[in-house]
Write a protein that binds this ligand. Sequence first.
Ligand SMILES: *Cc1c(COP(=O)(O)O)cnc(C)c1O
Length: 418
Amino acid sequence: MDPDALYQDIVDKYSRHINPGLAKLMAFAGFGLEVRAEGCHIYDHEGRKYLDCLGGYGVFALGHKHPKVVEAVKRQLDLMPLSGKAFFNGPQADLAEKLSSVAPEGLEFTFFSNSGTEAVEAALKFAKAATGREKIVSTVGGYHGKTIGALATTGREKYRTPFTPLMPGVDYVPYGDLDAAREALNGHAAAMIVEPIQGEGGIIVPPKGYLPGLRTACDEASALLIVDEVQTGLARTGAMFGSDHEGVRPDLMTLAKALGGGVMPIGATMGTAKVWEAVFGPNPLVHTSTFGGGELACAAGLAAIQVVEEEGLVERSRVRGVQLKALLEGVRERHADLVTAVRGVGLMIGVEFAMDEVGELTIVQMLKRGVCAAYTLNNPRVIRFEPPLIISEEQVAQAADAFSEALLETKELLAAVA
Ligand SMILES: *Cc1c(COP(=O)(O)O)cnc(C)c1O
């Protein structure tokens, strides 16, 4: 089939069998059919090459199709793709051990699932079981997934309203506000769930001392601290975990996105011995998952962490992040009327615009210039740069140039319709 016909065929199938509104939205923004991806690049049906600055919302920390992860998964595929649950499973044990060696101190145990939202569901259940309490404190603008429990803690009404009633007992406090958190926790809460940096909320960096402050507040209220590192985990923010920047030790920590090495889906909920004893002590089967901890996913996870270590991705994320942020800051200074803020840590950077439409138009224009980015789910005024951590100095410059040109073009378009 010729490329255009192939593209049209796929868009039609999306419209008829997947999601008509989404098909329209993606086609309008100019997203083609992704046929191949490697390293920092995505290739569409017409053979066009895009620098991936979205990075699958944090999935592609190692880039696309990292050879070491692909190799580990292929080896496992030939050996045994999926085992029954009755026997011990080697890759799961190896990954759990590796995770406990890199995670913040005290997180010795891991429960494996298949996605971020499942990792959050488990954390919420464990917090309730371990404390015997019900109330969960979350943050306005926080994003923790879209299954019923996780959605109840996701701080944007638009996603919750059609599905109420959700899990009851969730309080929302403003992100970054320690006093509000302290007050909410003191009402007999089971846990506080929080992202080290709000991702979908618009790449919001909390004030220094926020996470350590929450740690203390949770201790004082005998509540647990759940740090959701689904997006920030595995070197994204220039530290192995977002919690590491200020040496915070959560009681529970969730991981997913980057943990699959950009090859396999996986979710992980890590916790302390104390939490595990309370949850699984009375009943080792109290929480289970048929596919969670599958051999292929765990082989990918182990390889992914090894690559993060071998290729120094923590340091690269930090250094390239400083470079990208400085370049974007330069663009902001030249276009202060349109760009109101550049913020982030490591290679998790957000650019905030003065008006809603600017982000969407700029994304379209960037795509035309061979760079893909996207806005944050809970805050369409913010576009995010979350490229693979293996991105080079030249590629960072290319991304910033494309952004600058796209913004100029957007400005002209807006002036023309004004
Ligand atoms: C993406 C995300 C989730 C949900 O993960 P899914 O795999 O999409 O279910 C949860 N928490 C955070 C912080 C996320 O960024």
